[in-house]
Design a binder for this molecule. Structure first.
Ligand code: ADP
Length: 331
């Protein structure tokens, strides 16, 4: 269920970036500040996510303070996890801080964990919050895309294209590990766009035997080099476990490349800047309408708002047709 509040008194909005940083967060902050200014609303930015609300660590934001940031990766407001916010007493103090600072509503740019905090904050203290999905993982139910995903995929893809050059020159098997602890959206997008021979994602079980069979099959068909893409899974370094299993059980020597944090940084792509700008604008609009306990998103090329609870309770599925396509095209 979405929330509703009386927005006729809306004067000051607080914005923060929470959880992991994602390229495009700055473009969203810029859009929020400039849209708010257009409607004569004040904006403050809290530093390091929920931590900034707890510590009253904030900066006033005006159109000139967000100049020259649309092209910058990371977030000028700093991101981060805040364990303290899980404590109801701390949340009570945080709500008190917002009253003191005369902040009427919040815009939270982050992932589903941050949305959980936002939903609880609304339920307990009636702090109106609207979420903007910002995570490179793209694993938020209720939106086809999140801020940062497109850039992260492009970054990983650039690396894969380089690896393919060396894989082809030396007739090698490479395993490239991309980010994605619980979700394989980056791995499947990168796998398809990078022409990977196989992908490994947390959503789909795999057997080493069948991978060995498919590598042997592709060698039989004349392939001399292969790239396998794996999501990191529960712990980074999964690619090494895969390489070891392929060596022991199939006699294959695979080279491993773990892309790690380079996927997080860098200048946001045009797609992410455009998405973040639209989400920022929408976030302010929703607050002006008195809507809260929701997040803004895009579904089938339409901008939509969805209750935060849905992002918290539902899991976004990988499209199985997409996986089949990767398999067919790798033959
Ligand atoms: P993301 O938003 O990228 O999914 P996290 O899962 O780390 O990142 O969540 C970011 C922050 O959101 C946490 O550090 C915490 O401050 C807040 N948060 C997450 N879950 C809860 C919860 N159940 N109650 C209150 N706050 C939460």
């Amino acid at each position: 269920m979405a929330g509703q509040f009386n927005s006729s008194q809306l004067k000051k909005i607080g914005v923060f970036t929470s959880g992991g940083d994602a390229p495009g967060m700055n473009a969203a902050i810029r859009a929020i500040v400039r849209t708010a200014c257009y409607y004569n609303l004040e904006v403050v930015g809290f530093i390091h996510g929920y931590q900034g609300i707890i510590n009253k660590d904030f900066v006033p934001l005006a159109p000139r303070s967000v100049a020259n940031i649309i092209q910058r990766g990371g977030t000028i407001l700093k991101a981060g996890r805040c364990q303290k916010f899980l404590d109801p007493q701390i949340r009570k103090a945080a709500a008190h801080n917002l009253k003191e600072l005369k902040v009427d509503a919040l815009l939270c740019i982050g992932g589903d964990g941050s949305f959980k905090g936002a939903h609880i904050f609304w339920e307990e203290h009636h702090i109106p919050i609207v979420g903007l999905p910002g995570t490179i993982d793209n694993d938020i139910y209720g939106t086809d895309n999140t801020i940062g995903f497109n850039t992260a995929v492009n970054t990983a893809l650039e690396a894969i294209d380089r690896i393919r050059d060396t894989a082809a020159s030396h007739d090698r098997l490479f395993i490239v590990e991309v980010m994605g602890r619980d979700s394989g959206f980056i791995a499947s997008a990168v796998g398809l766009a990078g022409g990977a021979e196989n992908i490994f994602i947390p959503e789909e079980p795999y057997s080493i035997k069948s991978i060995i069979k498919s590598i042997k099959e592709s060698i039989r068909k004349g392939k001399k080099s292969s790239i396998l893409v794996t999501a990191e899974g529960q712990k980074p370094g999964r690619a090494y476990d895969l390489a070891e299993a392929l060596r022991k059980q199939g006699g294959f020597e695979a080279k491993v490349c773990i892309l790690g944090h380079i996927q997080r940084g860098g200048s946001p792509s045009a797609t992410d800047r455009i998405l973040a700008s639209q989400f920022g604008f929408m976030g302010v609009e929703e607050l002006r309408r008195g809507h809260c306990d929701i997040f803004v998103g895009i579904k089938n090329n339409q901008f939509v708002s969805t209750p935060l609870q849905e992002a918290i309770n539902k899991k976004k599925d990988i499209d199985k047709k997409f996986l089949k396509l990767i398999h067919i095209l790798s033959s």
